[in-house]
Design a protein around this ligand. Sequence first.
Ligand code: URA
Length: 192
Amino acid sequence: MYENWEQLRNDCMGCDKCELSRTRTKLVFGVGNENAKVLFIGEGPGANEDLQGEPFVGRGGQLLDKFLAAVDLDRKKNIYIANMVKCRPPQNRDPLPAEQDMCIGWLREQTRLLKPKIIVCLGRISATRIISPDFKVTKQHGQFIEKNGTLMMGTFHPAALLRNPNQKPAALEDFVALRDKIMEVCPETYEM
Ligand code: URA
């Protein structure tokens, strides 16, 4: 259990628990305000993230930033963004359950330090692991579920929206619902 972000980040940056650590360029720890009350969880780094060491910096990330900006959220200011796995899976394949198992302790510690009021899962991989194993993004996106005192919501992964732009309006509705929920449970988000 970690007392502060610096210790946690330092230990995580040196992680070699699984095979993904062997092929990474940079480990992608996370980005954002360490006092944020809203945590976004993606899947894992892609090629651009692996090079830059920051989550969601490719085309999907640019789209994510647009949706965030539409509801006055900003990755550097009032939210935190992390991934299920911190190192890039080769060829951008889904992280294996064993890789997720070995990595999830880092996310748990990030969540423990952050104490988010709201967790937003971006896509199937994080929603099925964090919200419920049978979570269906196309059916349950935008719905808030309370789990152990934290509100959780799953929405489309930005890469899925690039493949299926017809889902963008539904995704925007989820972000609008998120803004309403933030105003209700952690309005200080908009003063950060
Ligand atoms: N996709 C993710 O799920 N996370 C990233 O950081 C980049 C792409």
